[in-house]
Design a protein around this ligand. Structure first.
Ligand SMILES: Nc1ncnc2c1ncn2[C@@H]1O[C@H](COP(=O)(O)OP(=O)(O)OP(=O)(O)O)[C@@H](O)[C@H]1O
Ligand SMILES: [Mg+2]
Length: 389
């Protein structure tokens, strides 16, 4: 396979110079020619050269102006330009570089010098393009990866919600089943009168309403908040815990929330996103407690404690602790990095990565972790909202 020849555009009003440059460069490069600045601008659009040799002194439009115009068009701005001229005076050289040239060749030409300079600048230019492409590829890869992570964590959140909804619906669904079955018997016994029907409608409608409210509550939880606003952290935590406590009860896990009863503790940010973070942490605690139980290490009840208080330096501090035995020291240092998990196929390892992205990237807060007696403790710090502002 032969490498593609690069194209060099030679711009010079002097025919002898063009001829000489042709002789020097023709074996190695595709060549294209222009006799003045205006002609050069048109040629550049057509042949898309990889490098331009540009004479300074030309009638109509001189080399400096041609160069400036090329630099002003994004499509041609990056093409390296080497100025050629008989002028060897230092101020002209400086002007050439200032005007956007990458180099300067003086007449009369020395073929080795011309070849060396052209080759060097083409190499540099190619290398630069290569780097730019790599950076662009890398940025794109990251973007795709980030989107995948977000998508995965959304799916995980949805899975959790469906779990929680099915728990919350179990009881009302059972009750509905019983009530409906009864109608048949009661009808046989002739007990279905107007009052019976009225009670029946009231009871079933209450259950249906409860179920539809559950769905709404979960749907709201998944909605991303669009703008930052002041919200009560305690209230947000209660709202979340209420939705998931049924599910945790099934695993014999109790959640305790401790807050100072005096007033609400407000922060500024995205309450739904904070709820998702707290849900991630609760789920991790649940997994730790369950896996410890499975191994027969603990027999006591599972306990997750959430403390919310005002911290120093106008911070809201929420700490979530559990008695799940603590974090494996092997992963402790990398806990917030993506794909770090000790759960094999059961975990994706993005829960804490997303949690950190939300707290630190979106909400100007901090999240940290440590092992405490009997379990793990995560501490979230958020800015305290100015009351009454
Ligand atoms: N409360 C906790 N107690 C013990 N270990 C924990 C606790 N929270 C996190 N971990 C450890 O940190 C790891 C990473 O947690 P992370 O939430 O990021 O991912 P994951 O739970 O494994 O998977 P998923 O993406 O489904 O959340 C877990 O696999 C677990 O080993
Ligand atoms: Mg997790």
């Amino acid at each position: 396979m032969t490498a593609m020849k690069m194209t060099v555009l030679i711009v010079d009003d002097d025919a002898a110079s063009r001829q000489l440059l042709r002789q020097i460069l023709k074996d190695i490069y595709n060549l294209s020619f222009a006799t003045d600045g205006i002609n050069a601008l048109a040629k550049v659009q057509k042949v898309r050269p990889d490098l331009i040799l540009l004479d300074i002194l030309m009638p109509e439009m001189d080399g400096y102006e041609t160069c400036q115009r090329l630099k002003a068009i994004p499509a041609t701005a990056d093409i390296p330009i080497i100025f050629i001229s008989t002028l060897s005076d230092i101020t002209e050289k400086v002007k050439a570089f200032k005007g956007g040239g990458v180099d300067y060749i003086s007449k009369p030409f020395q073929s080795e010098e011309v070849l060396a300079r052209v080759e060097t600048h083409l190499k540099l230019y190619n290398f630069q393009r290569f780097l730019e492409r790599r950076v662009e590829e890398e940025v794109n890869n990251r973007r795709v990866e980030e989107q995948m992570l977000i998508q995965q964590s959304k799916m995980a959140a949805m899975g959790e919600m469906i779990n929680a909804i099915s728990h919350q619906w179990k009881q009302p669904l059972n009750s509905l089943g019983l009530i409906v079955q009864c109608v048949e018997d009661e009808f046989e016994y002739g007990e279905v009168d107007k009052k019976y029907v009225k009670d029946f409608v009231k009871q079933t409608m209450e259950l249906i309403l409860f179920m539809s409210q559950t769905i709404d509550a979960f749907r709201n939880l998944l909605k991303p908040s669009r703008i930052k606003y002041t919200f009560d952290v305690t209230e947000a935590v209660y709202e979340l815990v209420n939705l998931f406590s049924d599910m945790l009860k099934k695993d014999d896990i109790c959640i305790r929330i401790n807050t100072p009863q005096t007033c609400c503790i407000s922060s500024i940010g995205y309450p739904n996103e904070l709820k998702q973070v707290i849900l991630n942490l609760i789920n991790n605690s649940r997994d730790a407690i369950n896996s410890r139980r499975k191994k027969g290490i603990i027999t006591e009840d599972g306990l997750i404690t959430i403390d919310i208080k005002e911290g120093e330096n106008r911070k809201v501090v929420a700490s979530i602790s559990d008695n799940g035995g603590g974090i494996d020291p092997m992963v402790l240092d990398n806990l917030f990095k993506p794909y770090v998990t000790t759960k094999g196929d059961e975990g994706t390892g993005i829960g804490l990565y997303m949690s950190k992205a939300i707290i630190e990237g979106k909400m100007d807060g901090k999240i940290s972790v440590s092992n405490i007696e009997g379990g793990a403790q995560f501490v979230i710090e958020l800015p305290l909202a100015n009351e009454g502002v």
